[in-house]
Design a protein around this ligand. Structure first.
Ligand SMILES: [Zn+2]
Length: 440
């Protein structure tokens, strides 16, 4: 709580700069009892995406007014990139750096005044660490919106407990983005703080429906976190129905990332008819034109998050290719990754070498073998690719033959004394999802 003097000062400042979002913590609602569960809502990590914060304000207001019985836990709402949110430029995603790409050790170690976003990152991280320290369990939902008009989705690192949380919302689920995009807020929360963290893309930036979707997602999140049963919200439309309607038949479908196409030239345009969900053939379908050159996908799958912004920058995401994962495959994956003996065998296969990384359990995998197994086999067993390349393991019988050949080569070569060099590009690096590891 601020004193009257401080409030007056704050009001003055907001009048001067027209700032709407002045505090890191926008509000909280908590039960009086011992707090076990905390749901943290982060909104506006991108300055041009205030929909999540607008939704969170509505939820806080409703909780204050309705005081629902059975609320057991804490809801905290944090603002993301405050200077970008308050910018006069309503299209400002960030000021100096994309805040959702810098949550990595090297950047966190830099002084807070390195850039606007380094300061924002330090504050946000300090807030999250403090909340975590005061909670038995913390779950984070990071609310975003997209440039293109697309149905809402949930994005998260594929651990079994994150799946269990996300599956309580009728949204399509997208896995593996942390492998292609470094420095995500949810990556930090998952792997440093050991908490389930989910991004919700609520729809198009300026669509009022995106606020309604995020509001429903927050109510559903409170339910999924065990803080408030949604059936306690008697005079409100069921949040599950709002989400189900918004995703139009996509609820609970799971997609795995297979490729990210970075923009290498500002003259990058998606081809007509290439929209989110469009099925594309490997090396056949022309997806975009970049500086007069046709861009195809090195893998088959569906287009996701096609970049429809009028102004593109080098290094931005052009598009992603994802693949639908069948329900049975997911159940199988959940069962096998719980078997510790399987992880022991994987770590002792020819061509696989454990990395001494302070107990994170990372592995080097000979890229000849990794390229044949490909991403999906590592994902099946619950491994995340930390470093990989786009080598093609071949097709059909050729791929099997390549696999056998490289396996035999590694078998006869035997162990590498002292292990491979960390920087040796002949090895992929993979690591089990930290939330799946029994040490947690
Ligand atoms: Zn965003």
């Amino acid at each position: 709580m601020s004193t009257n003097d401080e409030q007056t000062q704050e009001q003055k400042e907001s009048q001067v700069v027209g700032a709407r979002w002045t505090k890191r913590e926008l509000g909280r609602y908590e039960s009086d009892d011992r707090v076990v569960q905390t749901l943290v809502i982060i909104g506006g990590v991108h300055g041009n995406e205030p929909a999540g914060l607008l939704a969170a304000e509505k939820v806080l207001k409703a909780l204050e007014e309705e005081q629902p019985t059975g609320f057991d836990g804490r809801l905290v709402v944090l603002g993301g990139n405050l200077p970008a949110l308050n910018s006069d430029d309503k299209n400002a995603r960030y000021i100096d750096y994309d805040l959702n790409r810098i949550f990595v050790d090297e950047q966190i170690a830099m002084p807070a005044d390195t850039s606007v976003e380094h300061g924002q990152m330090q504050e946000l991280l300090a807030a999250l660490r403090a909340i975590k320290a005061r909670s038995d369990r913390m779950i984070v939902m990071d609310l975003h919106t997209t440039s293109s008009d697309a149905p809402p989705v949930a994005v998260f690192e594929d651990s079994i407990i994150a799946r269990r949380f996300a599956r309580q919302m009728p949204l399509p689920m997208y896995l593996g983005f942390e492998e292609e995009l470094g420095g995500l807020v949810i990556d930090r929360v998952t792997n440093e703080l050991g908490s389930v963290a989910v991004v919700i893309e609520g729809g198009q930036h300026n669509d009022p429906q995106s606020v309604a979707v995020h509001e429903a997602a927050i109510w559903a999140g409170l339910h999924a976190a065990g803080i408030l049963r949604v059936d306690a919200l008697v005079h409100r439309r069921a949040p599950g129905n709002i989400l189900r309607e918004a995703v139009g038949g996509q609820a609970y479908k799971v997609f795995d990332i297979r490729h990210r196409q970075p923009i290498e030239h500002e003259n990058f345009v998606m081809c007509p008819g290439i929209v989110a969900g469009k099925v594309v053939k490997q090396e056949v379908t022309v997806i975009a034109i970049e500086a007069g050159k046709e861009i195809k996908s090195p893998v088959r799958g569906r287009v996701f998050l096609p970049n429809m912004q009028a102004h593109k920058r080098v290094g931005d995401d052009g598009f992603f290719i994802v693949r639908h994962i069948h329900e049975g495959w997911l159940g199988f994956s959940a069962r096998v990754r719980k078997q510790e003996w399987i992880h022991w065998i994987i770590a002792h296969l020819p061509g696989v070498y454990p990395i001494d990384d302070g107990g994170h359990g990372s592995l080097f995998v000979d890229r000849d073998i990794a390229g044949v197994l490909k991403r999906q086999v590592f994902h099946l067993f619950g491994y995340r690719l930390i470093r990989h390349d786009q080598r093609n393991g071949g097709h059909g019988a050729m791929r099997v033959w390549n696999g056998i050949a490289s396996f035999c080569k590694a078998f006869f070569r035997g162990p590498i004394p002292g292990g491979p060099d960390r920087d040796d590009p002949r090895f992929w690096i993979v690591r089990r999802h930290s939330l799946d590891r029994p040490s947690r």
